[in-house]
Design a protein around this ligand. Structure first.
Ligand code: AMP
Ligand code: GLY
Length: 419
């Protein structure tokens, strides 16, 4: 198969790495890709991932059999629909389905209508009405912008004052902040369960836990994710069953009842509250960094599975998993998620690989044959081992040999599961 991967972050490097193991793979392209992905795929940088017409033309010109879409923006922008029109197969959901991530209100109303467990909520388009409601509820309480806001449109307010000023902050998110959702605070342990689906059958992946805050002990600002591990013991067998039966299957069925066939990866961000999983959010794509911890444990052929999702013939497929644990630590630029320096030389990747680490590139670039930092999240370092403790020890040994100026990483990835 000729495959085109869309995206250029750590998640896409993990997808490319896994796809490259497939015996089905023939030609492999990535737009834009990154220096890590370039090891497996021809990276094309002069086409924007927002330009549906150019992407469709590239797929047709290069006889692409399957397009794999990494990030949410092209899906929300209708890339899968544009490819389907011309008969190019795509792993990634349609624009209508992507609303499950693109609009918090769409997702919350869908869950309410079909009784999928989530926090109680109200929607407001008037700041004063939102504030009045918040005053009746008190804190802690959660305020969310409606549309995509690059992970920054959510404020978990611990005090009433914080909640009231959060309503004003939402105006900063442009159209995303025009409508806001005010949501009940859920107190529990978070986990991410991703599932592959062809719109009928679902195949959940092993559960992972992300670490969203920038500093150890879940302190500081929210980020795209500073590390992940899998499988996450908080999602035990009983909770896995509940996630599948009460959340994933009903959501795919609910979308179908609304006339939407969901094909691709459905990401359920969960809060486990008193032993019961509730949905914090849905995403219409693989998680980052979760994918960098989950895929190294997958023994099945991901490309085959994705092709079955795209073709609507997943029914006979299963996924087999290694018995190991995986831990991924993100190495970020000092200052991230605020401003940070770029173009700093990166050393030690080959040495980390000799220690057994798999290195995923997120924000890197090559200039004059030198590998430099180019983004907030720079690298993901993943190790697998028979126990979580060993995986943690090994991953931090590998992290120690990698260097760039101002490098920042969390030292407590998976610590909660080890307690
Ligand atoms: P979201 O973008 O909706 O995933 O929210 C970002 C983060 O805010 C989540 O990962 C949670 O840590 C937190 N969060 C969102 N909604 C709630 C809620 N209702 N209760 C508690 N924490 C929440
Ligand atoms: N790790 C969070 C996300 O992918 O949205």
């Amino acid at each position: 198969m000729n495959v085109l991967l869309i995206g250029g972050g750590g998640r896409e490097h993990a997808l490319a790495w896994k796809i490259s193991h497939s015996p089905l793979l023939e030609k492999f392209f990535a737009i834009p890709g990154n220096p890590g992905i370039a090891e497996f795929a021809a990276c094309v940088e002069n086409i924007s991932i927002d330009d549906n017409a150019a992407l469709v033309k590239f797929a047709q010109d290069n006889s692409i059999d399957l397009v794999v879409v990494g990030p949410e923006a092209p899906l929300v922008n209708g890339l899968a629909d544009a490819l389907e029109v011309v008969g190019v197969k795509v792993f990634g959901c349609t624009k209508a389905a992507a609303q499950i991530e693109g609009s918090k209100i769409f997702a919350k109303r869908l869950m309410k209508k079909y009784k999928i467990p989530t926090a109680d909520f109200e929607v407001f388009d008037d700041a004063q009405a939102a504030k009045n409601f918040i005053r009746t509820k008190g804190a802690p309480i959660v305020i969310k912008a409606d549309g995509l806001a690059a992970g920054k449109g959510v404020i978990v307010a611990q005090t009433l004052d914080e909640a009231l000023s959060a309503v004003d902050t939402m105006k900063n998110f442009g159209t995303a902040g025009k409508k806001i959702v005010v949501e009940e605070f859920m107190d529990g342990e978070e986990a991410s369960v991703l599932a592959l689906t062809d719109g009928e059958k679902i195949l959940p992946l092993i559960a992972a836990q992300d670490h969203k805050r920038i500093f150890d002990g879940d302190k500081g600002l929210n980020t795209g994710g500073m590390g992940a591990y899998a499988p996450a013991p908080v999602v035990d067998e009983k909770i896995s069953k509940l996630v599948e039966e009460k959340i994933l299957k009903p959501t795919i069925a609910a979308l179908k009842s609304e006339g939407i066939v969901y094909r691709g990866c459905l990401y359920a961000g969960l809060m486990i509250v008193d032993g019961l999983p509730k949905v914090v959010e849905f995403n219409c794509r693989f998680g980052d960094p979760e994918t960098q911890a989950v895929l190294p444990l997958m023994e099945s052929d991901l490309l085959k599975l994705m092709n079955c999702c795209a073709g609507g013939n997943l029914s006979d497929e299963k996924i087999s998993w290694s018995k190991n644990f995986a831990v991924c630590v993100i190495l970020a630029s000092g200052g991230y998620p605020n401003s940070y320096k770029k173009n700093l030389p990166i050393d030690g990747i080959s040495k980390a690989k000799t220690l057994g680490a798999t290195i995923f590139h997120a924000g890197t670039k090559i200039s004059n044959d030198e590998l430099l930092t180019g983004g907030g999240r720079v690298l993901g370092v993943t190790m697998t081992a028979p126990t979580l403790r060993e995986a943690v020890e090994k991953v931090y040994r590998a992290v120690e040999v990698i260097h760039f100026d101002d490098m920042h990483f969390r030292r407590d990835i998976a610590a909660r599961a080890l307690k």
